[in-house]
Write a protein that binds this ligand. Structure first.
Ligand code: SAM
Ligand code: DTB
Ligand code: SF4
Length: 365
């Protein structure tokens, strides 16, 4: 039998979660799991608010790694054309458009195994200039050395995205060109440099529920929980080993995806849990269930790195219909009064005095 879950503790961040406890959360009746997650969500955040990030692929394709899900690996024939590192002006034009569309954070991604010192000044200039626009900055450039993380911080970087992707046990079914420990080491450099971490993974790659629990156990037992925690649903890209396999075997069940989001919220209560890749294939109802289960961040802008997202008008309409609003920039988890363990006090918990953005053509206020 599974170990009992210490519900009384779940609202406070813990780093001593056991795998058994996390597996027990996954096994709860969905209504209990989502209810618990929603309560914890309300303890730390306004559940009607969403953090909005936008991605740009600044270096596309031709990557030396063999991540089995990725359209950009040179190891697979996905039909994607490799491109050189974008120039600064093109990046700034995209960042301004993202800001005008309501993005609060601009995330620049490169299809690199690791950051080469020769590319660092160009990327640093992008970070500095994007930051000067008044956007939060995030980059994902593969593995980093300690001194590179410091240089990125000095350039004005707020967040570094580096995912663990899956459980240690399933990891070699996904990628063989770098190790789990490599990933943990880069995350250590990122934390040591004083950067905020964005770290999550992908579900729906053929892994088991135990793998999903083990992956979240890794995140929950990191020295600092990820500031942002992207939960990606595999976007099956034709020509990639995992994309082709999942097209044959079927994608992850939506309810199991919601469970993963809810458990992420419970084990990392103060993280921004991002409903990331895969949103384009999700119904509005499934997305709403994910928000109820504790997701409070999304990518917007019609495109991730190489694959599609819902359009801005579609997203702004969804937010309007759900009565949700963009979060103000810089909001962090703040403990809120909870009434009898059953919910939060509406009036006391809203960040109503903060300036709020809008999304797409519709003002979400
Ligand atoms: N090359 C860098 C790296 O891998 O660290 C940064 C870019 S990489 C595309 C960033 C993350 O996107 C991956 O770690 C993975 O979690 C996610 N990702 C990539 N392709 C995906 C797909 N087809 N479906 C879902 N998530 C994906
Ligand atoms: C993350 O966890 N998801 C984003 C971001 N971090 C870099 C990327 C998703 C990529 C999805 C596939 C693509 O568009 O190429
Ligand atoms: Fe390269 Fe990143 Fe894609 Fe892996 S996920 S193949 S490292 S771009």
């Amino acid at each position: 039998m599974n170990a009992p879950v210490r519900f009384a503790d779940t609202a406070l961040p813990r780093h001593d979660w056991t795998r058994e406890e996390i597996e027990a959360l996954f096994d709860l009746p969905l209504m209990d799991l989502v209810f618990q997650a929603a309560q914890v969500h309300r303890r730390w955040f306004d559940p009607t608010e969403l953090q909005l990030s936008q991605l740009l692929s600044i270096k596309t394709g031709g990557c030396a790694e063999n991540c089995g899900y990725c359209s950009q690996s040179a190891s697979f024939k996905t039909g994607l054309k490799a491109e050189k590192l974008m120039d600064l002006d093109t990046v700034l034009t995209a960042a301004k458009a993202a800001q005008a569309g309501g993005a609060q954070r601009f995330c620049m991604g490169a299809a690199w195994r690791d950051l080469k010192d020769r590319d660092l000044p160009k990327v640093a200039a992008m970070i500095t200039e994007v930051k000067a626009l008044g956007l939060e900055t995030c980059v994902t450039l593969g593995m980093l050395k300690a001194e590179q993380a410091v240089a990125l911080k000095e350039a004005g970087l707020d967040y570094y995205n580096h995912n663990l992707d899956t459980s240690p046990e399933y990891y070699d079914k996904v990628v063989t060109t770098r190790t789990y420990d490599d990933r943990l080491e880069t995350l250590q450099h990122v934390r040591d440099a004083g950067l905020s971490t964005c770290c999550g993974g992908i579900v729906g790659m053929g892994e088991s529920r135990q793998d999903r629990a083990s992956f979240l156990h890794q995140l929950a037992t990191l020295p600092i929980h990820p500031d942002s925690l992207p939960v990606n649903a595999l976007v099956p890209v034709a020509g990639t080993p995992l994309g082709d396999r999942i097209k044959r075997e079927g994608e992850i069940d939506g309810i199991e995806f919601v469970r993963t989001v809810a458990v992420a919220r419970l084990v990392c209560p103060k993280s921004m849990v991002r409903l990331s890749a895969g949103r384009d294939d999700m119904s509005r109802e499934l997305q709403a269930l994910c928000f109820l289960a504790g997701a409070n961040s999304i990518f917007i802008g019609g495109k991730l790195l190489t694959t599609p997202l819902p359009g801005m008008d579609q997203d702004s309409l969804m937010l309007k219909d759900l009565g949700m609003k963009p979060m103000a920039m810089g909001v962090e988890a703040v403990e809120r009064p909870v009434a009898d363990g059953a919910g939060y006090q509406l009036s006391a918990s809203r960040s109503a005095d903060r300036p709020r953005g809008s999304i797409g053509s519709l003002d979400a206020n």
